[in-house]
Design a protein around this ligand. Structure first.
Ligand code: 9WN
Length: 472
């Protein structure tokens, strides 16, 4: 057996047992006592959307751990409502992951936005899968959830999180949330970012050290040029106090020590620029927000409120998603470059994720299913998995991270979408391929969409967690 807390992935021990046992063991090994790391080597802290997917699988093994996973993340929420994309583990050496806490400086640079004082975090966000996860975790063991007051504790935090996204992040003015960094959307080097990122001056390569290359093959990871731009964007955001809008400008350098308790908008000394930078409305990010709005309505209902207003808001958001990001001639949703003002003509898996939404107009769901099985994504033809990017696209690369490989979280979301829209046979085929590939690759981070070959880290938590969910 593998002892909890063992910090290396051992393929020999991990290979024994049923798929359920093996997947549960990955989550056991990656459990820190209060949350689960995405992978022991490459990602040794807590990541936001990883924790949501992990909780969705963990609920089948330990509803208590699944609740704790989400509670630990929400304990690091900022006063302005944002849920940070990384919560740092203070016992992990600074050089184990870049960018580390001394880059983000949340407790000083993020003070005006209400960063917590007791824990170090990043200052950007990730997709809002959390309310959906909280609802599914509650449903796995409602008795335990009620006894612990789980929903009543997470509900106000999730509501503040959505409020942040819907108000502070409506940078395009059309009702959708924008991401201000590729890491926020979760598909770091998607070709959809190439055009908006080309306007960003990269930080010099020598100004940072890429700890990811200690664990991942360079040809499977983003390039140095991409990293230079990620660093520049994050450093600029940090240097304006993580302010999102001009009326939230804050002192460029928050004083170290003293002060305390200021919230966004207080102590205005400098205005945040609205031009330049990176701001994108992404279909997957917003579809997950909508799914989570519906989940939050159910949570509110469970707690004695009606939830009607929230369902209505989710429907308005769905209309905005269609209005702003749907391209009927392509049968796909696209990202909108808020600074440039136009849709970004790259076909990515993000454009398929709105299939998750039950209230999507019937003709749009039908067109998405057609696109998924057509030449650009090849499901059921050229591939058995869902590639992250257009198989025929100029930037396609079957191994380079989000520029082609198939990922398990997006595959799981598409599988749910197919089932939601009555495509049971297609959903069954995708489920079988996901399970087979997850097991054969020792729960790899991602896979070559043609061959199923493992890429990135092994023993990856959301792959194991979503395997558990598909097995139930
Ligand atoms: C940056 C943790 C995260 C995932 C992202 C994935 C990758 C980080 C990185 O790993 O991003 O946040 O260092 O590459 O792209 O989706 O949440 O698993």
């Amino acid at each position: 057996t593998v002892r909890p807390g063992t910090d290396v992935y051992d393929p020999v021990t991990m290979a024994a047992g049923t798929p359920h046992v093996r997947a549960a063991r990955v989550l056991e090994v990656n459990w820190t006592g209060t949350s689960t790391v995405p992978s022991r080597g490459l990602y040794p802290h807590q990541w936001s959307w990883d924790s949501a997917f992990i909780a969705i699988g963990l609920r089948h093994v330990s509803p208590l751990r699944a609740q704790t996973e989400l509670e630990t993340l929400l304990d690091a929420q900022w006063a302005d409502g944002r849920v940070p994309h990384i919560v740092f583990n203070p016992s992990v050496p600074l050089d184990a992951y870049f960018p580390s806490p001394d880059f983000w400086r949340s407790s000083t640079a993020g003070r005006a936005a209400g960063a917590p004082r007791t824990v170090q975090t990043s200052g950007i966000v990730q997709p809002p899968v959390h309310a959906l996860a909280a609802w599914l975790v509650h449903r796995a063991d409602p008795g335990l959830s009620r006894a612990r007051g789980f929903l009543s504790r997470v509900h106000p935090r999730l509501a503040a999180w959505h409020r942040y996204l819907l108000h502070r992040r409506d940078l395009g003015g059309g009702g959708l949330a924008s991401v201000v960094h590729p890491w926020e959307q979760g598909m770091d080097n998607s070709p959809a970012w190439d055009a908006p990122l080309s306007r960003v001056t990269p930080a010099p390569t020598r100004s940072f050290r890429r700890a990811d290359l200690d664990h991942g093959a360079p040809e499977d990871r983003p390039t140095d040029l991409d990293y230079g731009r990620y660093v520049r964007l994050a450093a600029d955001y940090r240097d304006r106090g993580y302010a999102d809008r001009p009326d939230e400008g804050v002192a460029r350098r928050a004083p170290v020590g003293g002060g305390g308790g200021r919230r966004a908008g207080e102590g205005v000394a400098r205005r945040a620029p609205v031009e330049g930078g990176f701001a994108v409305e992404d279909p997957s990010f917003n579809a997950l927000l909508i799914a989570s709005e519906h989940a939050l309505a159910r949570i509110a209902h469970e707690l004695g409120a009606t939830g009607t207003a929230r369902h209505a808001r989710a429907e308005r958001l769905t209309a905005a998603l269609v209005d702003r990001l749907w391209d009927p001639s392509e049968g796909l949703f696209f990202c909108r470059d808020v600074r440039g003002g136009a849709l970004i003509p790259e076909r990515t898996v993000s454009g398929l994720i709105p299939l998750l939404l039950p209230a999507l107009p019937r003709d749009i769901a039908t067109a998405l299913v057609r696109t998924l099985h057509g030449p650009h994504f090849g499901l059921g033809g050229a591939t058995r998995l869902v590639p992250s990017y257009d198989l025929l696209g100029a930037a396609f690369d079957p191994h380079r991270y989000w520029r082609g490989p198939a990922w398990f979280n997006t595959g799981w979301l598409v599988e749910r979408g197919l089932r939601t829209h009555g495509e049971q046979a297609r959903a069954d085929a995708l489920r079988a391929a996901l399970l087979q590939t997850a097991e054969a690759t020792d729960f790899a981070e991602y896979a070559d969409p043609y061959t199923g070959e493992a890429c990135g880290a092994l023993g990856f938590s959301w792959t194991a967690a979503l395997t558990l969910d598909l097995l139930h």
